[in-house]
Design a protein around this ligand. Structure first.
Ligand code: AMP
Length: 257
């Protein structure tokens, strides 16, 4: 497995691998079974698998969230290797945003609702870093988790609007046996908070926004939003705060409401 830190190095590593399909799995590290499901999907359908490992400062609002984001590169590289990754791209922030950097991608409508309303600038950071990764890696397929449903909608829009030649592959949300969606932020929950957080998947399982809201309120969770998002398919999406940790989850509603 090649670990490339520089853009030129990842391009060089991929130069003679373009005959087969190249799959990209963008991550911010702190890998869990959700990430591993994306890597497995990429491995199953691509000749070359590239995993990016970059905690993108541009998509964080609160500095505390960025600084407190879990990082363990050695562990992540071991997981990547065990998952059959061919190339890891793990750049520094300066490699991706050198001095003088000033170009941003904004998906105006889809990027400003729901998560975008509560995290201004978040999807601008996401769209920009993903476009940069697409330009650097030039993947045939890029793999994303259903867990971040709005991210997929924003990126689908960007791919269509900018005529990008790649396919987005969506991988179902991986959950703990008790229903909680795996997230790198779950490690911040105390056992008591984790217990209360279970109201989130329980609420979404109702597949109805009003019922879900009542369940979240009864559990004493602070609700940022819980509503049916105008995605394809329509998706019941929620964001809640449990103590100082913010959690998101969603359930696609296959039939039109
Ligand atoms: P992150 O490292 O949080 O940026 O996530 C990297 C990718 O993993 C994104 O496409 C996420 O949607 C995906 N992901 C995160 N959690 C899960 C999960 N529980 N199940 C499936 N995919 C996930």
């Amino acid at each position: 497995m090649i670990v490339a830190r520089a853009i030129a190095d990842v391009r060089a590593a991929l130069a003679d691998r373009r005959r087969g399909r190249i799959g990209l799995v963008p991550t911010m590290g702190a890998l869990h079974d959700g990430h591993l499901a994306l890597l497995a999907a990429a491995r199953a359908s691509c000749e070359t698998v590239v995993m990016s490992l970059f905690v993108n400062p541009a998509q964080f609002g609160e500095p505390g969230d960025l600084n407190g984001y879990p990082r363990d590169e050695a562990r992540d590289l071991a997981h990547a290797e065990a998952s059959g990754v061919d190339v890891v791209f793990a750049p520094s922030a300066a490699e991706m945003y050198p001095p003088g950097y000033q170009t941003w991608v904004e998906v105006t409508e889809l990027g400003s609702m729901l998560e975008g309303r509560h995290r201004p600038g978040h999807f601008r950071g996401v769209a920009t870093i993903c476009l940069k990764l697409f330009t650097i890696v030039r993947p045939d397929l890029a793999f994303y988790g259903q867990k971040d449903a709005q991210q997929i909608e924003v990126l689908r829009r960007m791919v269509a609007d900018l005529h990008l030649e790649l396919e987005l592959v969506v991988v179902p949300t991986v959950r703990d046996p008790d229903g909680l969606a795996l997230s790198s932020r779950n490690t911040r929950l105390t056992p008591e908070e984790r217990d209360r957080a279970l109201a989130l998947p329980r609420a979404l399982a109702a597949r109805d926004a009003e019922t879900a809201r009542a369940i979240l309120e009864a559990a004493g969770l602070e609700i940022d939003y819980v509503e049916v998002a105008p995605f394809d398919p329509p998706t019941l999406a929620a964001a809640v705060r449990v103590g100082s940790t913010r959690l998101i989850d969603n359930v696609p509603l296959e039939e039109e409401l």
